[in-house]
Design a protein around this ligand. Structure first.
Ligand code: AP5
Length: 272
């Protein structure tokens, strides 16, 4: 399956791509991740991209297109791919069209993730990433806890860091750039009959279910639904055992009360 996930910063492209990747065994190709890796290792490309990324602007098309051409030619992308954060403007979308024609790998679908802007800002302000394993959390919606509290790389609690472009000023600019440059791609792909739009607000599982349905993946949608139903039943089980505990507690109280009553009756009789 060859998919593009379109959506504003914070709409959940990365979160949903990761889930699809594990389920479908096809790579997530995130231009944001590739660029951040280039910046981190101080490559020539990274040095050129850094200023634009820090300011919330788009990195030059030529740099991004070079990266994508190289990545989509790698063997693991022959089975399919999920493009996350690419294309981001009309020239990139047209270049992708040409490249995929050459590779004889046309897109199957483009899914637009719709989220209102207040929720986007809330998600971005709470996002934190583990500096060691790269896992993405959210202090407000999905903090590390339970079995996910420990970093699989270090065996220690996750070292959470905030992305440098998740500050208030840069987020505002990224949202503006999205509206100006990326939103026009909705019509571009609608005209090609590839566009599907989903409501990407609500629980992560709910969004994955909508995404699976939009992509015609009923098995994935059913698997998520079963998981959700199981977790809805779990609190019911808990409350049944809580009821038993309460009942047991009640019996204990009743026995204690009966003991008290018997003792005071005995005391009254002995006084007489
Ligand atoms: P990039 O890394 O692509 O950032 P982005 O598009 O701004 O998207 P984000 O990664 O911020 O959000 P997301 O939609 O992936 O959301 P996520 O799943 O993480 O790009 C960064 C920069 O690189 C750009 O600004 C640009 O400079 C450059 N760049 C990249 N590609 C380029 C290109 N093609 N051309 C030119 N320049 C390019 O979720 C966000 C948070 O919300 C997380 O904490 C998550 O846990 C939480 N969350 C997710 N889903 C839910 C849910 N359903 N409910 C509650 N919380 C949720």
């Amino acid at each position: 399956m060859r998919i593009v996930l379109l959506g504003a910063p914070g709409s959940g492209k990365g979160t949903q791509s990761q889930r699809l990747m594990h389920r479908e065994h096809i790579p997530q190709v995130s231009t944001g991740d590739l660029l951040r890796a280039a910046v981190a290792c101080g490559s020539k490309l990274g040095l050129k991209a850094k200023a634009a990324m820090e300011a919330g602007r788009l990195v030059e098309d030529a740099l991004v297109l070079g990266m994508i051409r190289e990545r989509l030619r790698q063997p693991d992308a022959r089975r399919g791919f999920i493009l996350d954060g690419f294309p981001r403007n009309l020239p990139q979308a047209q270049s992708l069209d040409r490249l995929l024609k050459k590779l004889r790998q046309p897109l199957d679908a483009v899914v637009q993730l719709e989220v209102n802007s207040a929720e986007l800002v809330r998600r971005l302000s709470g996002r934190r990433t583990c500096a060691d394993c790269g896992r993405v959390f959210n202090l407000l919606t999905s903090p590390p806890r339970g079995s996910q509290a420990t970093c699989p790389k270090t065996g220690q609690p996750h070292r959470l860091v905030q992305r440098p472009d998740d500050n208030e000023t840069t987020v505002a600019e990224r949202l503006r750039v999205y509206d100006e440059k990326t939103r026009p791609l909705i019509d571009f792909y609608r005209a090609r009959g590839l566009l599907r739009v989903i409501d990407a607000e609500g629980q992560v599982d709910t969004v994955t279910r909508r995404l699976a349905r939009a992509l015609g993946m009923p098995a994935l949608a059913r698997a998520i639904q079963r998981k959700a139903a199981a977790s809805r039943r779990a609190p019911a089980k808990k409350s049944a055992s809580a009821r038993r505990a309460r009942a047991a507690g009640g019996k204990k109280k009743a026995k204690a009360q009966a003991r008290k009553t018997r003792a005071s009756t005995r005391a009254r009789r002995s006084r007489r």
